[in-house]
Design a binder for this molecule. Structure first.
Ligand code: GLV
Ligand code: MN
Ligand code: MN
Length: 409
């Protein structure tokens, strides 16, 4: 039997590996991520897998098929979190996949393909601002220049890997070839309200919306908050406030668009100093690439116009962007059948959130299964799912694995 209780307990156990007590924050290549990775590797081994951390810090487990060395069905999700995160975003997919392999192992059941489970080390991109580092390494699409990206403390990804005891020169071995994977499938919480509103526990994902991430720096002049008349100021934070509203206005112009300024920092950051510089991020997403690209262009135009009007200088960096990642029709059909076999109505829906499949699609077709979450709340410590839904999600995933056949049409 699959144990929904154990899935929930394992998500709880992983939530204890956190940077701060009393909440959950676990960023890429942190001591907490090592502890979570070790726990996951232990569960993988208990489930009959050979398991190890790869050179990118991904926890990788392999359950051989009818004979050793067969191509695999890869399952997975991520083990890093946002700041003050929920317990299920990413982790549910990893522990549910391990639960399914454990079931196969206890039945001594071998399939005509191997099953691999990956707990990706970085999907959220919180530490380095650039996302999907774990899955991009597996897909072989991680530009080596990205390894120079630094975190807020000035530590590069390359250095962080070394500090973690990993060798960046070994990254080449993390890359998988196209034929190694028959497909990639990920179970994940929905992170939105659609399934709950319709009284459904599961949904089959059609596509993952594309995203663009920018980092904007506005530079004006720091000065005395008491002495500089308003008309003579070059206040970078007042300009940034206008920019935040411009992002909001741009996104509000189309119901398919979303735009967010999620991080902002004013410098030097004192109550009695006019902010001389501000750095903020912009995240824009849409289910159509042209729509997103047009929105990003108009956000950039608006920021430049605001800065010009206030005599500020701007630096706008394109941190990362990714087009819409469509789930493969042949895999969606197999996922539909798995959901029906678990006794549920089949509902298809797109994903507004980003997922590791966006990177993995470079080497394999992808599928996703969504599990309902309470109130559609995610990226929030209040994120919650029911044990029943965890159980039905794992059951559908197991049906998918057992019924999987690699026919791409
Ligand atoms: C990841 O959760 C993202 O969609 O940003
Ligand atoms: Mn997330
Ligand atoms: Mn996630």
């Amino acid at each position: 039997m699959l144990s929904a209780e154990r899935i929930m307990q394992r998500c709880e156990a992983l939530a204890r590996h956190s940077e701060l007590p009393g909440g959950l924050t676990r960023v890429f290549l942190s001591p907490e991520s090592r502890a979570a990775g070790e726990a996951v590797l232990g569960w993988m081994r208990e489930a009959g897998m050979q398991a190890k951390l790869d050179a990118m810090g991904n926890a990788v487990g392999r359950y051989e098929g009818e004979r050793a060395g067969l191509p695999c069905l890869m399952l997975g999700s991520h083990l890093d979190t946002v700041r003050d995160a929920g317990r299920y975003d990413g982790m549910l997919g990893v522990v549910s996949a391990i639960e399914c392999v454990d079931f196969l192992n206890r039945k001594n059941k071998r399939l005509p393909f191997a099953v691999e489970v990956v707990g990706f080390g970085d999907e959220e991109g919180v530490r380095f601002g650039t996302t999907l580092l774990g899955s991009r390494a597996v897909a072989g699409t991680l530009d080596p220049a990205v390894l120079k990206t630094k975190d807020g403390k000035g530590i590069s990804i390359e250095q962080a890997l070394r500090d973690f005891g990993l060798d960046p020169d070994e990254l080449i071995k993390v890359k998988r070839k196209k034929g190694d994977l028959l497909a990639y499938a990920e179970l994940h919480i929905e992170q939105g309200p659609v399934l709950e509103a319709e009284g459904l526990a599961l949904g089959v994902v059609t596509a993952i919306n594309g995203f663009s991430r920018l980092r904007v720096t506005l530079t004006g002049t720091a000065g005395h908050a008491g002495t500089v008349p308003m008309r003579l100021r070059r206040d970078a934070l007042a300009a940034a406030a206008e920019c935040v509203l411009a992002v909001e206005r741009t996104a509000q112009a189309d119901p398919e668009l979303v735009g967010t300024v999620g991080r902002i920092e004013a410098k030097p950051g004192a109550i009695n100093v006019i902010p001389g510089a501000v750095e903020f991020t912009v995240d824009v997403r849409a289910p159509r690439d042209e729509l997103r690209e047009k929105a990003v262009a108009s956000v950039i135009d608006a920021i430049e116009a605001i800065a010009r009007a206030r005599a500020l200088t701007t630096k706008i960096e394109n941190l990362q962007s990714s087009g819409v990642a469509a789930c493969a029709p042949w895999l969606m059909a197999q996922m539909d059948r798995a959901v029906a076999a678990a006794g549920l109505k089949v509902r298809r829906l797109p994903s507004g959130a980003g997922h590791d499949g966006m990177a993995i699609q470079a080497i394999a077709d992808i599928a996703m299964l969504f599990v309902r979450c309470k109130g559609g709340v995610s990226h929030n410590p209040a994120e919650a799912i029911s044990q029943d839904d965890a159980g039905v999600g794992a059951r559908a995933l197991l049906h998918f694995i057992e019924g999987f056949h690699a026919v791409s049409a």
